[in-house]
Every structure is written in C-alpha cells, then in structure tokens.
Design a protein around this ligand. Structure first.
Ligand code: ADP
Ligand code: SF4
Ligand code: MG
Length: 348
C-alpha cells in the first residue's frame, strides 16, 4: 500500500495488469534512420520491465540507448526514424501502433522520461510552478488553482527546500540539482507507471547524484513506478538495478538480474565492460574501456556485432547472429560460445 500522504490517485486508468505481467514488454524491436542503411541501428532487441522494478540499460556511447528510449516515448520523428519490426506493449497496448493522439496522452501521464540535461524538458520562459501545473491541467483537467497547489506538493515531494518560493522561480534561477528535481516533479506529476531516466545524474556532482538516485528510489517505493535507468555508472547499477540489459551496437547482448550480471557475466562484452578480463577492459568505477571501436553500420559484421573486438571470435561469429539463449532463469546471453569460461581459460 502507498505510504505517501503527498500523493493521491490521479484517476487515470491503468489498463488491467495481472500481478506478474510486465508494465512494458519490448519484443524484437528494430529501427533504422535510413532506408538504405546497410544494417539496422537497433536490431531486434527484447526486454521487459516490471512494476516497481528498475531495469538498468548499460553500454558504450552510441549503442542506441537513447534512441530506444525516445522510440518508446514516441519522441523520434518519422521520417527519418523508421521502426522496422517489433512491439512494445505498455500495459498490454503496443506503443508502436498507437494513434498519435493516444501517444500524446500517454506521455507525461502513463509514461514519462527524464534526461541528463533538465533544460531539455524545461522551458526557460515560464516559472517552474507554471510548467508543472500545466502538465497537471492538461492530463487531469484540474482547475488552475488546484493544479498550482498540486505543483507545490510535487516540489515538496521531490524535496525542494522553500518549495512555495521556488514555485515562482524560473529554471535559470535554480541550481542544476534543483532543476533536475523540478524535471522529476514534472515527469511524475501525473503518476506515470513507467519512468525512463536517460543518464539523469551524469552531469551532476557526486553528492547531488546520490540524492537524485535516492529520490528516484524513494518515489519508486511509494508509487510502484517501473523505472528504466540508463547509466554509465556501475556503482549506480549495483545500487539501484533489479535487472540489467547490456547493449552493444544496437543489440542486447546479455541481460539478467543484477546479481547474475555482476557475479556471473557471460558475454565477452559484458565481461570486458565490467573490467573482469584485464586484457579486454579495465575497471574504472565507470564502465571499462574496451580496446577498439564499434564498427560503423556499413562495416558491421553480419553475425555478432562484437566480433571485431572479441578475442574469441571465429568465422561463425562473423557470419551468423548469435541468438539470445537462456543460461539460467532470466539470464540470457547472445554469444555462440556462452558460457564462456572454457574459452577464457585458453585466450587471456
Ligand atoms: N536523429 C538521428 N538521426 C540519425 N542518426 C541518429 C539520430 N539520433 C541518433 N542517431 C544515431 O544513433 C546511434 C545511437 O545513438 P544513441 O541512442 O543516442 O546512443 P546512446 O547509446 O549513447 O544513447 C548513434 O550512432 C547516433 O549517431
Ligand atoms: S558470438 Fe563470437 S564474437 Fe560474439 S561475443 Fe561470442 S565469441 Fe565473441
Ligand atoms: Mg544517450
């Protein structure tokens, strides 16, 4: 049961969701930006997120984390983006085939997104109170005065000191950490059942980062919101994730519970990222740096996209895409040679 006194039911109607059913189930999602692209930018990824749980998506810059999030939110313009296959069932309804009007309605209501840079969401020309209240009015039809009161409650809820005063502040009058809290307040004002947080703390200093993560976790406990958190920080993953999906060049190469991924990584890329093969990567608190670079789409191998950087690659790896195979319950790996321990013995 919700422990919060600050939050009340919005009256929005989540679809009937069985207890064990995921809030979001993405299946075989593929996307391109160019009809003539030699390979798909996002190439057949699948994952799920459950109510009250956090899925962390990790992977090097450019692997398609933001594009995936924006596609789910319906925030990529098409063209140039083109969804080639797949479904993304949010509370049972496929986001990719919803009419635009319903997508707009879901955004900021059923699902919401926060970004690394709060000014992506905040308008410098309006006070933060006005902006939060506007979203509340739009989605819930509350009268202006009531929406303003609700906006104040949201600012208090995200622990903004002197919230009543801040209601009439413009974004530039607030610190980076405060702006991040305002963006979170705006995103959560209509109690979304899914929050996508795309590197929300990367630009903040360590103390503020910890406070923001703590806030997201606290909110999640109170509301049961499912969270997709994209991060480069393994410390953050260890602390907040229930499940982890590791992305490489538009593929999900491994996913599993946070304990499985940390204790028993099986894809060479994951092992490299987490720095446990010294010749592949070195742990630096953040994701390790792996020798080499992601090939451009026109040089992408037909098979495993990690093959050009993988010490275990052979001909089959170059030619055939390894399917995701379940090694243990909920732990799947897309590598022809997983479990990889035997190979590691011979090639380090
Ligand atoms: N609007 C766009 N048009 C064409 N290519 C894009 C667009 N947005 C992103 N990309 C490309 O998609 C790839 C994945 O980007 P992105 O999802 O932002 O990566 P990240 O994992 O760092 O969030 C990158 O190569 C990027 O250049
Ligand atoms: S499929 Fe082959 S190239 Fe890809 S990660 Fe596994 S061993 Fe390496
Ligand atoms: Mg990104």
């Amino acid at each position: 049961m919700s422990q919060t006194t600050a939050l009340t039911d919005t009256g929005s109607a989540p679809a009937d969701l069985g207890a064990s059913e995921p809030v979001l189930a993405v299946e075989n999602f593929a996307l391109t930006f160019s009809a003539n692209a030699p390979a798909n930018l996002i190439d057949g990824i699948s994952f799920t997120v459950e109510r009250g749980k956090t899925l962390c998506i990790v992977g090097e810059s450019g692997c398609g984390k933001s594009v995936t999030s924006l596609a789910l939110m319906g925030l990529l313009s098409s063209p140039p983006a083109r969804i080639l296959s797949g479904t993304a069932r949010f509370e049972g309804r496929d986001l990719f085939s919803l009419p635009e009007r319903e997508k707009v309605n879901l955004r900021g209501n059923g699902m919401a997104m926060i970004f690394q840079e709060p000014m992506t969401s905040l308008n410098p020309a309006f006070t933060v109170g006005h902006q939060i209240a506007e979203g509340i009015t739009r989605h819930r039809g509350l009268p202006k005065a009531e929406a303003r009161r609700e906006a104040l409650r949201m600012l208090e809820w995200v622990r903004i000191p002197a919230a009543a005063k801040r209601l009439d502040a413009y974004p530039h009058q607030l610190s980076g950490g405060m702006r991040q809290r305002v963006m979170i307040a705006m995103a959560l004002a209509n109690r979304p059942r899914l929050l996508i947080a795309d590197e929300p703390t990367t630009a903040l200093d360590v103390t503020i980062q910890a406070q923001i993560l703590d806030l997201i976790r606290h909110i999640q406990e109170e509301t049961g919101t499912a969270v997709i958190l994209i991060t480069h920080d393994l410390g953050v993953v260890a602390e907040v994730a229930d499940r982890v999906a590791v992305m490489y060049a538009g593929h999900i190469v491994e996913q599993g519970s946070v304990s499985e991924i940390f204790a028993n990584p099986q894809h060479p890329y994951t092992i490299g990222l987490f720095g446990s093969i010294p010749s592949l990567g070195r742990r630096q608190g953040q994701l390790a740096t792996i020798k080499g670079a992601v090939p451009p789409l026109d040089l992408m191998p037909k098979g495993c996209r990690f093959a050009p950087r993988c010490p275990f690659a052979d001909r089959r790896c170059m030619d055939e895409v390894p399917p995701a195979a379940e090694l243990a319950e909920g732990h799947s790996v897309a590598c022809w040679y997983a479990p990889i321990e035997e190979k590691m013995g011979t090639r380090q």
